[in-house]
Design a protein around this ligand. Structure first.
Ligand code: UDX
Length: 478
């Protein structure tokens, strides 16, 4: 039997109960919500041997997943669904009644930014909690994975307690997820850590049951940190705030480099060698987007203000501001590189997803820059290898191209705003033949600048003032 030492757990973990529970094998699991988080979580739990019923209010989504066709792009998910399907351990449905008898109910619904405000919209979390409450027993455990404001876990438990059968003691653990889109399966099967927020008289048994869910990953040595609800809620938003701050820090350095004549890529490389700092998430460019970082830092700040603690997180306002300024910078740069104005300038926008290997366009820097350029009179043509359907849905006013070549045809400026491999490895010589003027903005510091310069392009990288034509040919970032 595995010991706690082998789990790499923190000292305040439950001892024998955890080991005893873990020994008892696969569980019946319900997953509520089948977006990026829930669908991947459900498939991974089934892959690890549990029997999983995944529920979504959207019948189309449930049907697509049941047919093995995820309604969004996540590398490896289709293959994982195909691998799990023959085992019969994974069901997608809209029917909550099929969750009856589950040992564990995972809440995996979204918490988007509120309409007209910065706070998180927790409507779906409470709706999911109300929906599972009638199916709870004193043996079952509810596990919240959604990113929620401080205080939500306790309130969710109270909500369920009011609706669960009278004799039931509602058991709840808050267990935030940290998966990155694009590598969500890897992050679910091999997470950096588990966080269990536990509270109340059943805490020890709750830890034991959740250990049984994660037995495979725990046996691999994944650390687990056991704490209270509030800390668990905060871990997620603190982690995302730190990552956002790191990106905005390097983008602030980029602003200085642009004016003072420095090179932010070299700067990141140099400070990143310091192990206390590290090179990861020091990628300067058009900044962060997506369904998590932007809304999580805003929601964290909004909640702190509600708690009278606004000053503690005031810096996140600046983090958000720096991020926004990078988008504005590209819009200005297009005019600067085109003789001063936007009107009539033909701009090829390469990328629409908020990052490569995803089709997610929520708060995407690329799309927001494309829209701003078009508003100013530029002729914009957008291409993305995976995100075209989503982009067309959220920004139908933009022009879309069939491929990279089509987007670049007769362009005055090409802007690489999402660093897909096919853009990183594009042939600058061949592309120079289709554009009107060979001018490129490397919005992610992702291109081999010297190769583009050598092919006759005016190459402009964010945060690298001298990176354009003046760049020495042996530019080592390339
Ligand atoms: C993030 C967190 O990483 C993950 O742990 C959490 O659970 C959900 O939110 P995700 O939104 O998938 O994951 O994307 P992430 O890889 O963190 O990138 C966020 C944004 O930052 C992207 O737009 C990316 O392009 C940008 N980014 C990232 C930079 O601009 N520079 C960098 O150095 C790194």
């Amino acid at each position: 039997m595995l010991t706690h030492q082998q789990f790499g757990t923190s000292v305040d973990d439950a001892p024998a109960a955890a080991d005893a529970e873990q020994a008892r094998g696969p569980l019946r699991i319900a997953v509520i919500g089948t977006g990026y988080l829930g669908a991947v979580h459900a498939a991974c739990m089934a892959y690890q041997g549990h029997s999983v019923v995944a529920v979504d209010a959207d019948a189309g989504k449930a049907a697509a997943l049941a047919a093995g066709r995820p309604p969004f792009f996540e590398p490896g998910l289709e293959e994982l669904l195909a691998e799990v399907a023959p085992t019969g351990r994974l069901t997608f449905t809209t029917d909550y009644a099929l969750t009856a008898g589950s040992d564990v109910f995972f809440l995996c619904v979204g918490t988007p930014q509120q309409q007209g405000g910065y706070a998180a919209d927790t409507t779906y979390v409470y709706a999911a909690a109300r929906s599972v409450a009638p199916y709870l027993t004193s043996d079952s455990l509810v596990v919240g994975k959604s990113t929620v404001p401080i205080g939500t876990a306790a309130a969710v438990r109270d909500t369920m307690a009011a609706l669960a059968p009278a004799e039931v003691t509602v058991r709840l653990v808050w267990n935030p997820e940290f998966l990155r889109e694009g590598v969500a399966i890897q992050d679910t099967l091999h997470p950096d850590r588990f966080v269990y927020g536990v509270q109340g008289p059943t805490a020890e048994a709750d830890i034991g049951l959740l250990d049984r869910v994660y037995a495979t990953s725990l046996a691999d040595g994944t650390p687990r940190v056991v704490t209270d609800y509030v800390t668990a809620e905060m871990v997620k938003t603190a982690a995302n705030s730190f990552l956002a701050t790191k990106i905005s820090f390097i983008n602030a350095m980029a602003e200085i480099c642009e004016s003072a004549g420095g090179d932010v890529v070299k700067l990141a490389e140099a400070i990143g060698h310091d192990e206390r700092i590290g090179r990861k998430f020091l990628g300067a460019g058009v900044g962060f987007g997506g369904g998590c970082l932007p809304k999580d830092i805003r929601a964290f700040r909004a909640r702190a203000e509600e708690l009278g603690l606004g000053q503690s997180l005031a810096f996140l306002h600046e983090v958000d501001g720096i991020n926004q300024r990078r988008r504005d910078r590209v819009v200005d740069l297009v005019a600067q590189l085109s003789g001063g104005g936007h009107a009539g300038v033909r701009v090829a926008i390469l990328g629409a997803a908020f990052k490569p290997h995803s089709d997610d366009v929520r708060d995407s820097p690329a799309l927001s820059i494309a829209a701003a350029l078009q508003d100013r009179g530029a002729h914009v043509r957008v291409f993305d290898p995976k995100a075209m359907p989503n982009a067309k849905h959220v920004a139908p006013q933009l022009q879309y191209a069939a491929d990279m070549w089509d987007a670049c045809a007769d362009a005055d400026v090409v802007a690489v705003l999402t660093e897909w491999p096919e853009f990183r490895t594009a042939d600058p010589v061949a592309l120079a033949n289709v554009v009107r003027r060979p001018v490129i903005i490397d919005g992610r510091n992702a291109l081999p600048g010297s190769a583009w310069t050598a092919a006759g392009w005016t190459y402009h990288a964010l945060g690298r003032a001298a990176a354009a034509s003046a760049l020495p040919r042996k530019d080592s970032h390339s």
